[in-house]
Design a protein around this ligand. Structure first.
Ligand code: NAP
Length: 289
């Protein structure tokens, strides 16, 4: 029987650091502010946007949510983001995905000032992740790695099976794991024998979006399993990509909810604080972090 890698403690620590930094900034007369664009009112996106508002309030971060109707044009969405990019009172910008299908997420994201890009979705920050350059890295891959470290499972020298190569989680995580000195096998929908790769790994990270894809019989007794998947269940709850009974075979498993997602939300606000530091350094013409 393994242990659950709950994220609450690590997330609490991140939130404490953010709240302290936000208070220090306010004392200097800087009110940290993040702005979020929601187009089309997708219920799950609206829910995430509102839950971030509550967290922002607790951390002393101002929060603006701009909702555009489903019929909004790409030009309208880009105009909102571009105005925030120019506004010195806005320090962090997020665009809730998915956007309605007639809008290009990459075109709208490209209008975000890279120094305000707390989701790490602009071309400049995507490149920074690949090249290991300073920048704002996406929060979910950061969360997976932090959770491993929090439980003493450094990826260094380990064989990691990364299941999923999506733009949001798997792809950036692949690059970040390289720099953690892991040996990474990337699995995807065309992988011929997923079971073999999962069974061979010391660490398995799931970022797919299919509830229960990884079952308890796929893991060996020493496996450490991080589940980044978020899947809606018929009863309105959420489930990960890993079947919960995997805890019976693996050494450690991160729960859903209460794992990667919990830490991700905290790290988004840590990214907002980093964004402010980067903006201040840029204003002074200093080298970036
Ligand atoms: P995505 O872009 O849809 O990527 C999914 C990946 O899974 C793709 O690489 C796909 O392979 C692979 N895949 C699909 N079916 C598979 C199968 N049967 N076996 C192996 N691989 C398979 O998704 P994403 O945006 O990266 O998100 C991944 C998951 O993370 C989702 O559940 C999402 O909700 C969740 N997520 C969580 C957080 C958080 O804070 N916890 C944040 C963002 C996203 P191909 O490349 O071959 O298509």
């Amino acid at each position: 029987m393994g242990i659950w890698m709950h994220a609450k403690e690590a997330a609490d620590r991140v939130r404490e650091e953010v709240a302290a930094e936000a208070a220090a900034l306010r004392a200097e007369g800087i009110v940290p502010k993040v702005a979020v664009l929601l187009v089309g009112g997708d219920p799950a996106s609206a829910y995430y946007a509102e839950s971030k508002r509550k967290i922002a309030a607790r951390l002393g971060v101002e929060y603006e949510l701009r909702a555009l109707p489903r019929t909004a044009t790409e030009e309208q969405a880009i105009a909102v983001v571009a105005a925030w990019s120019r506004d010195p009172a806005v320090h962090g910008i997020m665009v809730e995905l998915p956007l309605p299908s007639h809008l290009s997420a990459s075109k709208v994201s490209a209008a975000i000032d890279p120094l305000k890009d707390v989701d790490g979705v602009t071309p400049a920050n995507k490149l920074a992740v690949v090249a290991g350059e300073p920048g704002l890295y996406p929060a979910t891959p950061q969360s997976c790695i932090r959770l491993l470290h929090a439980y003493g499972h450094s990826p260094e020298g380990k064989h990691v099976a990364l299941v999923g190569r999506g733009q949001t989680v798997g792809l950036p995580l692949f690059h970040m794991l390289q720099r953690e000195q892991a040996t990474v096998t990337v699995c995807h929908s065309r992988t011929a024998d997923l079971r073999r790769h999962v069974a061979a790994a010391d660490i398995v990270i799931a970022a797919v979006g299919r509830a229960g894809l990884l079952t308890k019989d796929m893991f060996r007794s020493g496996s450490v399993v991080v589940d980044a998947g978020i899947n809606e269940t018929p009863d309105g709850g959420i489930a990960g990509d890993v079947a919960p009974d995997a805890i019976e075979t693996a050494a450690a498993v991160s729960p859903v909810p209460g794992g990667v997602g919990t830490l991700t939300t905290a790290l988004l606000f840590a990214n907002a604080m980093k964004a402010i530091r980067l903006q201040r350094q840029a204003a002074k013409g200093e080298k970036r972090e």
